[in-house]
Ligand binder design. Structure first.
Ligand code: IPE
Ligand code: IPE
Ligand code: MG
Length: 267
């Protein structure tokens, strides 16, 4: 009983949770949390359309889910949370939808920065940030500068991100460095390649979550997710709450990760 209570305390549970969430907390093992969680925040458009609302309102509602999930990961003590917010393919959408998404990003950063900072969250980005509108670039720069000394959760925003683009850019840079004599092609190994990706220095994701019923990777963390566990849910992102994250974590903790080897049970 005491052990259970201590474990729940370490997970940063708050007082006002529902009995269902309380039970999920009790099922969680504080020592077996994923270090890096990645989420494909999908389903905003369908959430809005089902309510007869414009898609933009689905994206706005999705920001609420992001706030709650960031807070929960931060208090659980998760190391890294990477959220897919805008892909290299999302430029195909109508210009007004793209600008809504960029405006929401700026608004999120302005509104949340102080609280994120107080919660010791470090804000980083992955993707071709230099191609984003200047307002978004400035807000991201400010957020990164304000929080770079923080030692809690790293919130990694995947913006104008595509896994294939990331690998292509890495290959180009490796080619340049090899041509300049800075790198011997025979020395190139998986670690060197990882070091040329946007995620250099970060551990690979342990758990990739995709809500909205789609079961595909959509160009997200192609290299890094080689041995990630995947968790899918039919819940649309704007409806995704702490409860769903905890369900994913409990499920993750009940899986056997073998990395191609054989399962070793703890003695
Ligand atoms: C995710 O929701 C947000 C982004 C891709 C930017 P969608 O906008 O893809 O929502 P659906 O998939 O159309 O419902
Ligand atoms: C993936 O969702 C990208 C983000 C959530 C940012 P999409 O909605 O763009 O992916 P597809 O088109 O369903 O594969
Ligand atoms: Mg989608």
């Amino acid at each position: 009983m005491v052990r259970e209570w201590l474990s729940v305390l370490r997970l940063g549970k708050t007082k006002n949770d529902s009995p269902e969430v309380d039970d999920l907390y009790k099922s969680l093992d504080a020592d077996k949390l994923p270090v890096h969680i990645a989420i494909i925040m999908d389903g905003n458009g369908r959430w809005a359309t089902r309510r007869g609302l414009p898609r933009a309102l689905g994206h706005r509602a999705g920001v609420e889910s992001l706030r709650e999930i960031v807070k929960t990961c931060s208090s659980l003590g998760v190391g890294f949370l990477t959220v897919y917010a805008f892909s290299t393919e999302n430029w195909k959408r109508p210009a007004d939808e793209v600008s809504t998404l960029m405006d929401l990003l700026v608004e999120y950063l302005h509104k949340e920065l102080q609280e994120l900072h107080q919660n010791n969250v470090m804000i980083k980005t992955i993707g071709r940030i230099d191609e984003l509108p200047s307002k978004a670039r400035e807000a991201l720069k400010m957020a990164a500068e304000e929080t770079f000394r923080n030692t809690g959760l790293t919130l990694n925003l995947a913006l104008n991100y595509g896994g294939r683009n990331e690998i292509t850019e890495a290959v180009k840079q490796i080619g340049r460095d090899a041509a300049a004599g800075k790198l011997n092609p025979d020395d190139i190994d998986e670690n060197i390649i990882s070091g040329y990706l946007y995620t250099a220095g970060m551990p690979d994701p342990d758990l990739v979550i995709r809500p909205s019923g789609e079961q595909r990777i959509s160009n997200f963390l192609l290299w890094q997710a080689a041995y990630a566990e995947f968790w899918y849910s039919p819940v649309l992102w704007p409806d995704f709450r702490k409860r769903h994250l905890l369900e994913a974590l409990v499920d993750y903790q009940n899986r056997q990760r073998r990395f191609g080897g054989l399962y070793q049970s703890k003695k």
